[in-house]
Write a protein that binds this ligand. Structure first.
Ligand code: ADP
Ligand code: FBP
Ligand code: MG
Length: 376
């Protein structure tokens, strides 16, 4: 059961018709309200504080949780602006579930989310909390939300944060989840906010490393993020022409998958090699050492690390953040609570949280095979 709207046409704020005629055509002929009319219309529908479409909800809280991801700020901004547009009181919870337990909750005005759209990270900060997942932790967090008058909590985070949100829903705090993680490992959605920026950052770094690897005729082993998920490694590896890509989801036979491939490349005339390793596969410094010992090819390891999580979000991430943020508020307006916002078939949809968290996704085998076929 999902509710669908096109990602490129958010219902809440886009004028309904597009002008394809020349500038000389009058607005009346085109049956398109002139721009000034459209603005007036927008104003007329602007709800006053408390005059909200969903009378059961007065206050919406928002937090970011787990690993930060570029575009989280853009998403907070969209949630806050859309929420305020409809007349909800908006509050921000600092430091994810950790801050919720501690009551780190502040009013979010339109001004507080100005100037953050293009900034990486999350201005509300994020955290991982060990206390929160306990039975007592969940109940305390829900109680704290109630103390601050939060009627619905919007959680921007990854798979772990969503499990926490589901538990909050089960103890009676309504939630909406928005996927934000560079790992793209949330089963219910094809895309998570931050993934595109992180892939581009890693790809640019690998291009630079390849320049020096080729000059020194070396093998470069490059570790990208992903403790349990290889989406980033696979797509970054393929897009930077890595000769070898190692993923946590696939068991590696070192001699067959690494050494043999590098030697075949050398015999074809290659003089440098890039091996992209997802963090969860193992120690990249050790991998480089073993390659050098067995092949005699000078090897170096680079761990890209946290730089992959930072930086100004790409347009893909900003746009997805804006649409998903607006969709979350649309769900509240229409009384659809305990939902996960997702991208499915290129559309922004919302799914029941229990159904969404039961979904599974894995890297397509043909994508892995394809990356191997064009690697050399
Ligand atoms: N199974 C779970 N039950 C309840 N809360 C969880 C669970 N897993 C994670 N969390 C909470 O969500 C936080 C963020 O999860 P984490 O896995 O670190 O990041 P992400 O949400 O990006 O995957 C954790 O620190 C924890 O407080
Ligand atoms: O910030 P830390 O603790 O170094 O965590 C690193 C992990 O965080 C991530 O960037 C994001 O993972 P989560 O969002 O699931 O926490 C992973 O790719 C990486 O393995
Ligand atoms: Mg995760």
């Amino acid at each position: 059961m999902n509710n669908t709207s096109n990602l490129s046409t958010p219902a809440a704020v886009t004028p309904a018709t597009t002008n394809t005629k020349t500038n000389n055509d009058s607005a009346e002929e085109l049956k398109v309200p002139p721009l000034s009319g459209w603005l007036t219309d927008l104003h007329r529908h602007h709800h006053k504080d408390g005059d909200t479409p969903n009378k059961q909800v007065r206050t919406i809280g928002v937090l970011t949780s787990g690993g930060d991801a570029p575009g989280m700020n853009a998403c907070i901004r969209a949630v806050v602006r859309a929420g305020r547009y409809y007349g909800y009181r908006m509050v921000g919870v600092n430091r994810g579930y950790h801050g919720l337990l501690r009551g780190e909750i502040n009013e979010l005005t339109a001004g507080k989310v100005s100037g953050i759209l293009s900034r990486g990270g999350t201005f509300m900060m994020t955290a991982r909390s060990k206390t929160f997942p306990t039975e007592e932790g969940i109940k305390s967090a829900a109680r704290m939300a109630k103390v601050f008058g939060i009627d619905v909590l919007v959680v921007i985070g990854g798979d772990g944060s969503f499990k926490g949100a589901q538990k909050l829903a089960h103890v009676g705090l309504p939630v909406i989840g928005i996927p934000g993680t560079i790992d793209n490992d949330v089963a219910s959605t094809e895309y998570t906010i931050g993934y595109d920026t992180a892939m581009n950052t890693a790809m640019e770094c690998i291009d630079k490393i390849r320049d020096t690897a080729s000059s020194h005729e070396r093998c470069s082993v490059i570790e990208v993020m992903g403790r349990e998920a290889g989406y980033l490694a696979l797509n970054v590896g393929m897009s930077s022409g890595a000769e070898v890509i190692l993923l946590p989801e696939i068991e590696t036979d070192f001699d067959r998958d690494v050494i043999k491939v590098i030697l075949e490349c050398r015999n074809m005339g290659k003089n440098h090699y890039v091996v992209v390793v997802a963090e969860g596969v193992g120690n990249s410094v050790q991998i480089a050492k073993r390659i050098e010992e067995i092949t005699g090819i000078e090897s170096r390891a680079t761990i890209l690390g946290h730089l992959q999580r930072g930086g100004s979000p790409s347009i893909r991430d900003r746009q997805t953040a804006c649409f998903m943020g607006m969709k979350a508020v649309e769900c509240v307006n229409e009384g659809r609570l305990n939902r996960i916002i997702a991208e499915r078939g290129g559309k922004c949809v919302d799914l029941d949280i229990d159904e969404a968290l039961n979904m599974k996704k894995s890297i397509a085998r043909d994508e892995i095979l394809g990356a191997k076929i064009i690697a050399f």
